[in-house]
Design a protein around this ligand. Structure first.
Ligand code: ADP
Length: 277
């Protein structure tokens, strides 16, 4: 018997979109786990590629910073098109292809498909620009509040592996940009996952980024608020997502490295930053 029995409850893996992430290693490991009978849901990001394509299309990315210091992509209608091309287009297709080549019957879905990820669009976004607070109104962003678990069960109960990406679906049926880490947290909570693994191009949450020797190996849920002070930029969203997942009943959230062989298995065994009650 292994020290780490495989979960029979679903496992949610979010793989980031930052430079350096090795999707082949992630898909090798995902395929091995699916073959062993692990019910897996893969959620992916695409921030880096979106920035690259935005630049190439002559529409450089713009980030909004909230008064609380959280950053998000300014997503007007044109940016949303670029966002969808990268997330639901190129990256989702390529991940599904990688899984198909490894014998996994993956199904790619954006949050719009079957209203898989649904939530209200923000009517306006408060942002700090040049030290002043402004309200941005032409932004297509929101937060996932409902997950169509029926659709996920339908697929998983019939041997399909869902590969999910933003955009999500607003209550009015519009495509909206949502944070992938927080969407993954909602999915994990909604389907009763025991673990949520958030893979990125760092070994976990670092006390002194980018010094990888300062990896924080464990954080208790009650200490997450103070852990936020170590996180910069979009890492803050991961900490927030972790907090939401655990509040939603997920036993462990693990931030781990997507640049190494067997990144999911390593994370399941606790390599990375393990967050739990
Ligand atoms: P992804 O696109 O892979 O989901 P993000 O770029 O959103 O990942 O977040 C991971 C990034 O967060 C890292 O590449 C790193 O630059 C940044 N980061 C900021 N603060 C920290 C920290 N304390 N520990 C680890 N990474 C951090």
């Amino acid at each position: 018997m292994s020290d780490h029995p495989l979960p029979t409850k679903p496992l949610v893996v979010k793989v980031g979109g930052s430079a350096g992430i090795n999707y082949d290693l992630v898909c090798d490991d995902a395929a091995a786990l699916v073959r062993q009978g692990v019910p897996l849901v893969l959620v992916h990001g695409g921030s880096h590629e979106t920035n690259v394509l935005s630049e190439r299309l002559g529409k450089p990315p713009r980030m909004l910073t909230s008064p609380q210091g959280f950053t998000s992509r300014y997503t007007d209608a044109e940016t949303l098109d670029i966002f969808a091309m990268v997330y639901a287009g190129k990256l989702n297709t390529r991940i599904v292809e990688r899984l198909q080549r490894r014998g996994v019957n993956a199904v790619g879905l954006s949050g719009l498909d079957g209203r898989l990820l649904e939530g209200p669009r923000k009517s306006s976004v408060r942002a700090v620009i040049d030290g002043r607070q402004v309200l941005v109104r032409d932004d297509y962003t929101g937060k996932v509040e409902r997950v169509n678990t029926h659709l996920l069960r339908l697929l998983m109960d019939n041997g399909y592996t869902p590969v999910i990406s933003p955009p999500a679906c607003s209550t009015e049926g519009e495509a909206i940009n949502v944070d992938g880490d927080r969407a993954a947290a909602m999915i994990a909570a909604a389907i009763g996952a025991e673990q949520l693994i958030i893979l990125s191009n760092v070994p976990g949450l670092l006390r002194a980024f980018p010094d990888e020797s300062t990896l924080i190996s464990h954080i208790r849920y009650a200490e997450l608020e103070s852990a936020l002070s170590f996180a910069e930029g979009r890492m803050k969203k991961k900490v927030l997502g972790a907090s939401e997942a655990i509040a939603g009943g997920v036993r462990q959230v693990i931030f781990a490295d997507a640049r190494i062989p067997q990144p999911i298995t390593n994370a399941m065994q606790g390599r990375g930053t393990v967050i739990a009650l």
